[in-house]
Ligand binder design. Sequence first.
Ligand code: HEC
Length: 717
Amino acid sequence: MINRRFQRESQNPAARCWLLFLCALWTLEAPADESGWSLHGQNFSEQRLSPLTQINPQSLQDLGLAWFFDTGTRRGLEASPIVVDGVIYTTGSWSRVYALDGKSGALIWSFDPEVPREWGANACCDVVNRGVAVLGDQVFVGTIDGRLIALDRTQGDVRWSTLTIDPGKPYTITGAPRLVGDSVVIGNGGAEYGVRGYVSAYDAATGALKWRFYTVPGNPAQPQESAALERAVKTWTGDQFWRFGGGGTVWDSMAYDPDLDLLYIGVGNGSPWNRDIRSPEGGDNLYLSSIVALEGSTGEYRWHYQTTPADNWDYTATQHMILANLPIEGVSRKVIMQAPKNGFFYVLDRVTGALLSAEAYVPVNWASEVDPETGRPIETDVASYRDKDQLVRPAPFGAHNWQPMAWNPDSGLVYIPAMENFSLYSNPADYNHQDGPHWNTGQNDGAIQDNPLASIDPLYAAPLLKHLMRGQLIAWDPLKGRAAWRQSLPSMWNGGVLTTASGLVFQGQGSGELVAFEAQSGKKLWSTDAQSGIIAPPISYQIDGEQYLAVMAGWGGAIGLVLAQPSVKQGAPGRLLVYKIGGEATLPSEAPQGLFLDPPPDTASDFEIASGLALYNQHCMRCHGLGAVSQGLVPDLRAMSKTTHEIFDAIVLDGVLAPVGMIGFESVMTKQDSEHVRRYLIRAAHDQVALQEESSQWRGVRDWFFDQIGWLAAKVL
Ligand code: HEC
């Protein structure tokens, strides 16, 4: 295996030249790497730094669209494409794979794993996929329904396919497979519904399982699968965890150091989120919310660092991890860096797992600091919501979600697609696990019912929310432990980041703009209208000496489904957009789709509305949106037709639309429940009609008022 890392010493020009020279040699020896983007994060260190310099601050003004490809869906696109031998391999929603000519955009082949659409209900956060891995003449993809598939690189035919999950459990795969030697490593998701997390390594040639590492223990009465789990099981109490899984899914980030043969995995949240239910007598609950280092060839545990002991808030450590060499106190240290959901930016020694620094990169209130001695966060009074409801920052969305960061050794900065947000957490009076694709967080159900924000159209409250739920691009200095610059973004949910050796930072935004910033200063240098909110990370590649910039543009993902924001651009079909210097292609213009509202009369009682709202928030909101406002990925239920109202029970209880992804809820809802939900939706539709008809003066006054409250709340929280 060729070492494709493109690492440079941050502040040592001599070492930089020498390593650049080595890189040039590697490039000569490795034709597969000529493209400049043959691995998920550009290199095994996942730095997302393009070594190409044709697109630079001077040439940027001539950057234009070279070609685009329509994926034909309107669900979220999160893939990071890969380019090998002039072919760009990427994925769309429902785990579809596309191979396109990197120069012309001509489709070479596509592959649809035909995921049963019902399985989409197991995906907490949209039917997304973050891309493929390419090794030799094979392309690997993980599917929403838990298969790992090897495809022939030239034809797209299936070479082998293996089921990586127990099909009786609500597991999903959205993450990109990673390569370790001749193995393909894949994790999974599902902690919101109650599963047990693990990663598996498969032989790339045959699909045979080589090793599997469980991240959380099984039944304490039985022997655990590894010594690491024998230690971990002592940090759990009660029986909820092993009966319903415990969580700890490895649903996205990994990084690999071939020299150390260490594979770093980012482990997810607890299941349920609420630690007082999950582990009633306390305990850290290893290895939840941890970075775990495994021996790449065997899957043996080497070390772990738990970013959030006893996770109580859905603070996953599945976020992007970057390997780099940093000069710390005069010594070059091999580090791993992560900005997990919990709001602290960590620099660890990646050989030993020792904490080097941890500083908050956005305002947080659940912990005051990370103790440098013990490496543990010091929880504040608001951290526990066992006895009292708490407003906690960050929210389960996280201060940073899956969207990849990027590391530029020239600027010495890590670019974080960050968020500021908060949520109300509360301990439910009683909690019963529900099997199947049913939200099991142990805080949310009660919290949302009582949360005044969860009953109103988020667009109505937008002036308030913009202070409390905001997006930022942060240029973080990992040596100083503080931001070098911050850019406020129009929406909270935005794209991943790319940086270049030519000193640029690219990011797609929720507003539909693709933007280039100067890496050092954060100055906005260029932007273009992508016609759709972007969440995926851009990549860059070259073919025949010409440099391209590519990004998947398709709104969606967790926040794309659930939280409408006025600044978000939606409506264009999901596309792959590819730019180059002098590109002159144009996107077809899209007419915005209006919402046609003609609800039946509103005859509901207050009780029916309250009951319908609570049921809606528990079962429907995650797909159909907060306040019943959809962002175009799934139908807006305020705009249901007369016929849909008539067959509502057949859809919602019996599941007649299951073959297109809308499962029936008969096992968790009665006929009366369904009617209450329908009546709540009718009320929401009437509220929306009233909103559209209200005078602009009144709206102006209300927006001003909300704006002031939001500003004040952001200061106080
Ligand atoms: C896992 C995601 C998901 C959840 C949860 C979900 N839905 Fe859906 N729903 C969908 C999808 C996807 C469709 C569109 C299917 C199609 O393509 O027609 C849909 C369609 C519908 C439709 C048809 C709308 C129309 O205008 O054609 C109704 C009614 C509906 N859902 C009601 C509900 C209710 C009520 C709940 C909660 C009890 C709920 N859904 C929960 C994904 C979901």
